[in-house]
Design a protein around this ligand. Structure first.
Ligand SMILES: Nc1ncnc2c1ncn2[C@@H]1O[C@H](COP(=O)(O)OP(=O)(O)OP(=O)(O)O)[C@@H](O)[C@H]1O
Ligand SMILES: [Mg+2]
Length: 283
């Protein structure tokens, strides 16, 4: 199981749009995907048409009185499950503060899902907090959307420095430009230069497109409702880079892959005999 987190201290930069679209593309490729919407604003949960509610709230999940598995919902898309947001997630920081080894908490919580999912996306709220720290420790790869300004490079350097201070596991960073306006020469220049200079910046940039904004009206990933659009092509390119950076083995290599495409509910039972909830009953 590989864990990707969409992260930036800044708000409104495209974290959720990225998690939702890359999650959809990964599932379409045949990976078993879980997206955990960690933001009490619940944007990803809204986009997947799921109720933003977790029984017992964030407290039950953090304290372990409710397993993550029991809170997971299905989406309209095969192989793509959602752990919804809940308004109580606004207190996750306080709950983590009271927990033992808060920085390790997310790795531990996600551990039992290893046999059930190939790819997990953690969609983070915009902040730098104990929650983000715990997510950064759990993630294999951070996907960091950058708005094309000279300051964005500073943000990336600060993040790299922060992670450099971790002992033990350190996630890889794959930053990428988000909401590029090709008519602006500064945007074009930064988006061209930086990937050539830095290996932690993806060659793919996501353009600013009204079709991407329409996701909140259509309540679906743009990669699902307009799969041949240039927006979808950009996300597909970004996913190809992310998959490579995350060293994700091809979906077809995992045991049970062929069986899973022929029967979705059977797949989950076959993949994880201990799983209490088959995919078909997660809705
Ligand atoms: N490439 C894009 N082109 C145009 N609009 C975009 C693009 N990416 C995201 N948006 C829109 O910009 C807004 C913010 O995007 P998104 O919710 O993905 O950002 P975020 O970083 O997750 O925000 P937050 O910090 O609030 O969680 C949304 O309305 C979204 O539809
Ligand atoms: Mg968001």
């Amino acid at each position: 199981m590989k864990i990707f987190a969409t992260y930036n201290i800044k708000g409104g930069v495209g974290k959720t749009a990225t998690a939702v679209n890359l999650g959809y593309l990964a599932a379409r490729e045949g990976y078993r995907v879980l997206l955990w919407d960690l933001d009490p604003q619940a944007a990803a949960t809204f986009l997947f048409r799921v109720r933003p509610r977790v029984k017992g709230g964030g407290k039950a999940l953090i304290q372990g009185t409710r397993s993550l598995d029991g809170a997971i919902k299905g989406t309209d898309f095969e192989d793509l499950d959602l752990l919804p947001a809940d308004f109580t997630y606004r207190n996750l920081d306080l709950l983590l503060d009271a927990a033992r080894k808060p920085a390790r908490k997310f790795s531990r919580l996600l551990g039992p899902l290893r046999s059930e999912y190939d790819v997990v996306f953690l969609d983070c709220p915009p902040s730098i907090s104990l929650l983000s720290e715990s997510v950064l420790h759990a993630a294999d790869t951070l996907l960091v959307p950058l708005i094309p300004t000279t300051l964005s490079v500073r943000t990336l350097d600060q993040l790299t420095e922060f992670i450099g201070g971790f002992d033990g596991h350190r996630p890889d960073i794959l930053a990428f430009f988000s909401m590029i306006d090709r008519r602006k020469s500064l945007h074009k220049e930064i988006a061209r230069q930086l990937p050539e200079q830095r290996s932690d910046v993806a060659a793919t940039a996501i353009p600013a497109l009204s079709l991407i904004e329409q996701m909140s009206v259509r309540r679906a990933p743009v990669t699902a409702f307009a799969p041949r659009s240039s927006a979808a092509r950009s996300y597909a390119e970004l996913w190809a880079e992310a998959r490579k950076r995350g060293r994700l083995p091809p979906a077809a290599d995992r045991p049970g892959y062929v069986a899973s495409r022929s029967s979705a509910p059977g797949r989950r039972i076959a993949a994880s005999p201990a799983a209490s909830t088959p995919a078909s009953s997660r809705h």
